[in-house]
Design a protein around this ligand. Structure first.
Ligand code: NAD
Length: 360
């Protein structure tokens, strides 16, 4: 297989962690006879320094003409970096919002998986996490209340603020369809989360989920109210396989789901659209406090790259091999500093990448 990948290393630890992901990807390419070509472009602070803007048209065009994008992370220390003296539309994060919009990435996937070896980092009681958990939160990314009309105006002598939440059938259908397709590649269990006892947008959401369910008879579908879901995630996380939900509920629930894994340096993410194109990045930020020190955990980025193999290139076997190699390295007792515990061996960013390659 031949694929062109846009590489955006970004700021802070971005270049270090992306280099390790490419190292592992090259090892997979060699083993399975694939050819991956890389075009590196700038975004975020690095683009501000080079071009005065957080993203250029050239970066957008190169990303659009490639098969997928692998991103490190962007941004700097928000208290001290001169990037944050700039007006909001010129700051690093504006590049990220622009590229998501330009590429039409409406589905955000955030897996939350509890590694047996990292159970002690999980804030839940041992009896709750016995047997682990492995879920995927599929969040709608370009609609809903974050993109609806908003205003603050004075009515009868006091300020009143309004945000509107609107979803069209098309917007709901495409994300729900994506979630069904993902469920088909997993345990075939879909939980759709809404607030259908109150919101019209949720009632339309539920209707469309029920309609699409007939196209996927193998998938078990359940509806759950968002307040109940927030409780169930900490009461019994192993009941979840795929969760699909609208933008704001997904924002909150995906952070809750990632928190219960206990390790920010391990969490991957993918942003997808209708076709196979996707942008893959770790869930964490650019960690400017440890940039350039070979301390960053590259696993979230390497897992994001594995998602790229699975969802953009259809290479499930290769993706699983990367995931299993990571599990083996953890079993062997190697840890970066963020997941270090008693009696484990501390390794740096580069060494972690080498160990994963050695276990492929
Ligand atoms: P952060 O995720 O960068 O860091 C939070 C803490 O976690 C820090 O102590 C950091 O050292 C640690 N950490 C994060 N990733 C790690 C890793 N892979 N290995 C080891 N330790 C890790 O969050 P923050 O400090 O709030 O934000 C820093 C910058 O990142 C800000 O500019 C923020 O806007 C940006 N940010 C970018 C993205 C993105 O690119 N998608 C996401 C979140 C934050």
């Amino acid at each position: 297989m031949e694929k062109n990948i846009t590489i955006i290393k970004g700021d802070g630890i971005g270049p270090e962690i992306v280099d390790e992901a490419i190292k592992v990807l090259q090892a997979i390419a060699k083993k399975y006879n694939h050819t991956f070509t890389y075009t590196e472009v700038l975004m975020g602070g690095a683009s501000i320094d080079a071009h005065g803007v957080p993203i250029t048209q050239e970066t957008i065009d190169i990303a659009k003409s490639s098969d997928s994008v692998l991103l490190g992370s962007i941004g700097g220390d928000t208290n001290t970096s001169p990037w944050y003296q700039l007006e909001p539309k010129l700051r690093p994060e504006a590049g990220l919002l622009t590229i998501r919009k330009e590429l039409g990435l409406f589905a955000n996937l955030r897996p939350a998986y509890l590694y047996n070896e990292l159970k002690e980092a999980c804030p839940l009681k041992p009896e709750i996490i016995e047997g682990g958990f492995d879920m995927m939160v599929v969040r709608e990314l370009t609609g809903g209340i974050y993109f609806g009309a908003r205003e603050t105006k004075e009515i009868d002598g006091q300020l009143v603020a309004t945000d509107s939440l609107a979803y069209s059938e098309t917007e709901i259908k495409r994300i729900v369809k994506k979630a069904f397709e993902i469920a088909m590649k997993r345990k075939k269990q879909l939980i759709s989360v809404d607030k259908a006892n109150v919101l019209d947008s949720s009632r339309l959401w539920r209707k469309i989920v029920n309609e699409l369910a007939s196209d996927y008879p193998e998938v078990t579908v359940e509806h759950m109210l968002v307040d109940n879901c927030a409780m169930q995630l900490v009461r019994d996380p192993k009941q979840f396989d795929v969760i699909v939900t609208e933008n704001m509920f997904g924002d909150i629930l995906s952070d809750e789901a990632s928190m219960i894994t206990g390790s920010i340096g391990m969490l991957s993410s993918a942003s997808l659209r209708d076709d196979s194109f996707g942008m893959y990045e770790p869930s964490h930020g650019s960690a400017p406090d440890i940039a350039g020190t070979n301390k960053a955990n590259p696993i979230a980025t390497i897992l994001s790259m594995a998602l790229m193999l699975r969802y953009s290139f259809g290479l499930s076997k290769e993706a699983l091999e990367v995931e299993q190699a990571i599990e083996k390295v953890l079993q062997q007792g190697y840890r970066t500093v963020d997941i270090l515990s008693k009696d484990k061996t501390l390794v740096g960013t580069k060494e972690m990448g080498d160990l994963i390659v050695a276990n492929l």
